[in-house]
Ligand binder design. Structure first.
Ligand SMILES: *[C@@H]1O[C@H](CO)[C@@H](O)[C@H](O)[C@H]1NC(C)=O
Ligand SMILES: *[C@@H]1O[C@H](CO)[C@@H](O)[C@H](O)[C@H]1NC(C)=O
Ligand SMILES: *[C@@H]1O[C@H](CO)[C@@H](O)[C@H](O)[C@H]1NC(C)=O
Length: 425
């Protein structure tokens, strides 16, 4: 009877009623007993309710902890508690079985290995029906926890644009976290830049098509999608190419939605790749849509020149690709930047415009950089463009060669930037 009262949601009123009945009918003694019994029941009820709420809260918290602390916590918690938690999310995306994926990729064999993506290796797979897929298996050593994983899954599932790689499904099983993407037969832009043989395949119209495609994909991420996304790690290996050389942006592992707040954010955990990161992001961990614009600018200059920003070498100076482009631009000979391989196929107006837009995007100060909507207009328009100011990070090979993609640059490289700024004037 007590149990029934305690656990019944309407129990309190029932209990009080019976206590009240006793009050009315009985003598004074009865009355006292009634009051005592009533208050005991009431306090029991309150205590039990408290325990129930506490236990429930603890459970929720544990779930949240597990999500934010990732794998180490995950191992302590039975697998099925996760299948419940990730079914909670209204994900309209198929969950694949690990064995299906192992079969599709020959047990993740070396022959199926496509490359190292953000947080883990990517394998080519073929489903039984012949559909080709790219399987990104997050490395167990990766720092990406369940929260980042689910963040990536949810983000990509909701984002659909012809210049974004499409997510086909995912898999969470024991300590495996896997993403299944559409397969991109022409690999990534990384494969073409700075490779004499491969970059021949990219004539000028194709390069311009790729630049425009990346711009539109990024514009979608920044402004047009329901979520507003900062990519944070835009670089050639994250630009995949489909059969018709349409560029598709991939790897949203580090993407963060910033729901309508354009003031950006500050992060202690710098993710991204040197050579593509804007100064305010690499040095202060400040990222915004404008840090993506910077990376986009680097990409544009790399596509036009066919050279990498990182490790760029020029016999005449110590500048990197950005500095080189800036120097040529100021000297009024930006066309010297153009990849010899595309000189024949290029349209001077378009090349000049691309270089100009690229330099506007890599300007040192975030406020000076155009937004992606302006970039798209600039690339297609014919109006005059503003004069770019100095690029950020246009020298300091030491900084650019710092290979780690997540450690802070040494402060000496900051000095170096300042010193050479003076030199370059
Ligand atoms: C994959 O591994 C499983 C067990 O480890 C094995 O039974 C199976 O034959 C392997 N398949 C291939 C294609 O190597
Ligand atoms: C946006 O972020 C800034 C800085 O973090 C904060 O001061 C501001 O209140 C935020 N605005 C909104 C609308 O959330
Ligand atoms: C070069 O591109 C511009 C703008 O896209 C176009 O108007 C012009 O006709 C092109 N010139 C040549 C020679 O193809």
């Amino acid at each position: 009877m007590l149990k029934a009262i305690v656990y019944h949601p309407n129990a309190q009123s029932t209990m009080l009623k019976s206590a009240a009945n006793q009050d009315q009918g009985g003598s004074e003694g009865n009355n006292k007993v009634g009051v005592i019994v009533g208050s005991i029941l009431a306090s029991l009820f309150v205590v039990c309710l408290g325990i129930c709420l506490f236990v429930r809260k603890k459970k929720k918290q544990r779930k949240r902890d597990a999500t934010s602390h990732g794998r180490s916590r995950m191992e302590q918690i039975p697998e099925n508690s996760f299948s419940i938690s990730h079914q909670d999310e209204d994900l309209d995306l198929p969950h694949y079985d690990f064995t299906t994926l192992a079969k599709a990729t020959n047990n993740f064999s070396f022959t199926n290995f496509l490359g190292e993506g953000g947080f883990g290796p990517v394998y080519k797979g073929v489903f039984n029906d012949g559909q080709e897929i790219a399987v990104k298996r997050l490395s167990k050593e990766s720092r990406q926890g369940l929260d980042e994983f689910m963040n990536e899954v949810k983000c990509i599932a909701q984002l659909q644009h012809r210049n974004l790689v499409k997510l086909l499904g995912y898999c969470i099983q024991q300590d495996e976290k896997i993403l299944i993407y559409e397969y991109m037969p022409k690999k990534s832009l990384d494969f073409y830049i700075n490779d004499q043989k491969q970059s021949k395949l990219l004539d000028w119209p194709k390069r311009l098509h790729i630049i425009n495609g990346i711009a539109r994909g990024l514009l979608y991420l920044h402004q047009d999608s329901r979520l507003r996304i900062i990519h944070r790690d835009l670089k050639p290996s994250n630009i995949l190419l489909d059969d018709e050389m349409n560029p598709k942006i991939s790897d949203f592992g580090m993407a963060r939605s910033f729901g309508g707040n354009e003031t950006g954010a500050n992060t202690k955990r710098v993710v991204g790749t040197y050579g593509y990161m804007s100064p305010e992001y690499a040095i202060d961990g400040l990222f915004s849509i404008k840090s993506d614009v910077f990376s986009f600018g680097v990409l544009v200059l790399e596509i036009v020149s066919g050279k990498r920003n990182r490790g760029f070498n020029h016999p005449g100076h110590q500048l990197n690709l950005l500095g080189h482009a800036w120097k040529l631009f100021k000297e009024g000979k930006p066309l010297e930047l153009v990849d010899n391989l595309v000189v024949e196929t290029c349209n001077l107006t378009e090349v000049m415009r691309s270089i100009h837009v690229g330099l506007l995007c890599v300007q040192h100060s975030p406020e000076d950089r155009p937004s992606m909507s302006t970039v798209v207009l600039m690339l297609s328009g014919e109006g005059t463009l503003p004069q770019p100011t100095e690029p950020g990070f246009f020298t300091g090979r030491k900084l650019i060669d710092a290979s780690s993609s997540s450690s802070k640059p040494e402060s000496c490289s900051v000095n170096e930037v300042t010193i050479t700024l003076i030199e370059a004037r």
